[in-house]
Design a binder for this molecule. Structure first.
Ligand SMILES: [Zn+2]
Length: 273
């Protein structure tokens, strides 16, 4: 467990970050926050103890984030092995918070020191996709991960994610949990030739393979497999379909591409055995 009182923490975060709890009376670094008066003093203290106090807005430049990622990479206790186990545990539904770490770690591993490179296609850096400036509530970013989401679109949030995951104990995985991954990969390779990622998500939902997921959480799990190359895809994000729920690289996957089992056994050493 990341924290022994995880369910209480999640409940307290839900109290603050529900949709109708926005607080328009105050701004934090120019951003609108959330009301905290629904928290009991004990709940507020519990969140503070875990560095999860609400409305914890932080401002970073692109350079700040790159430096902080590179520094964390040198000091973190996270490894490919521990992150792959985080993912397997997240996938199994035991700890949904753990689903994001593998994708964040993949991002950090590939990062090199560089200056912001303007892009012709979007507002973010063409090299690493980080924005020139980021302002966000660290706790709200972490809250989405506590709910079991994983995203590749906002790498600025990966820093807080990895900092927090660095404080978690490296998990052990059970045979049943590894089999869960195995069943998911089997389902993906069973796809018909022209199956789309959206059709794949529906099929996985009907197979009931992934506990504690909804459509978007399943996209997150599949996106992690795509980002790490376990699900091969078309890496050209220039072909992004407009107004799609599914972004690249997962958007570029089709059934005929199946699963790259060589990559899978590299990313998930437990799976290879
Ligand atoms: Zn960059």
């Amino acid at each position: 467990m990341p924290y022994k009182n995880l369910s209480k923490i999640l409940q307290s975060l839900k109290t603050v970050y529900s949709n109708d709890n926005t607080d328009y009376s105050k701004k934090y670094s120019g951003e609108i926050g959330y009301k905290t008066d629904g928290l009991s003093p004990d709940e507020a203290e519990l969140l503070r103890q875990h560095n999860l106090q609400p409305n914890n807005f932080q401002t970073y430049s692109h350079g700040d984030l790159v430096s902080a990622f590179l520094k964390l990479r040198d000091t973190t206790s996270l490894t490919w092995m521990s992150c792959s186990r985080f993912f397997i545990k997240g996938l199994s539904g035991e700890l949904p918070r753990y689903r994001q770490t593998l994708m964040s770690f993949h991002f950090m591993s590939g990062l090199e020191n560089h200056a912001f490179m303007p892009s012709k296609r979007h507002a973010n850096c063409d090299i690493c996709s980080l924005p020139l400036k980021s302002v966000f509530d660290r706790t709200h970013a972490l809250y989405t991960y506590y709910l079991g989401h994983s995203w590749n679109e906002t790498p600025a949030h990966f820093l807080a994610e990895l900092e927090e995951a660095s404080t978690f104990e490296a998990p052990e995985v059970t045979r049943e949990q590894v089999e869960k991954l195995s069943s998911l990969l089997q389902a993906i390779s069973d796809a018909s030739q022209d199956e789309t990622p959206g059709q794949l998500e529906k099929r996985i939902a009907s197979l009931k393979l992934l506990p504690k997921t909804d459509k978007y959480k399943r996209y997150g799990i599949l996106q992690t497999l795509a980002v790490t190359g376990v699900m091969p895809g078309d890496l050209d994000s220039g072909n992004q379909p407009a107004r799609s729920d599914i972004v690249h690289p997962l958007a570029g996957w089709r059934g005929s591409m199946g699963v790259d089992y060589d990559v899978a056994s590299t990313i998930f050493p437990d799976f290879a055995h």
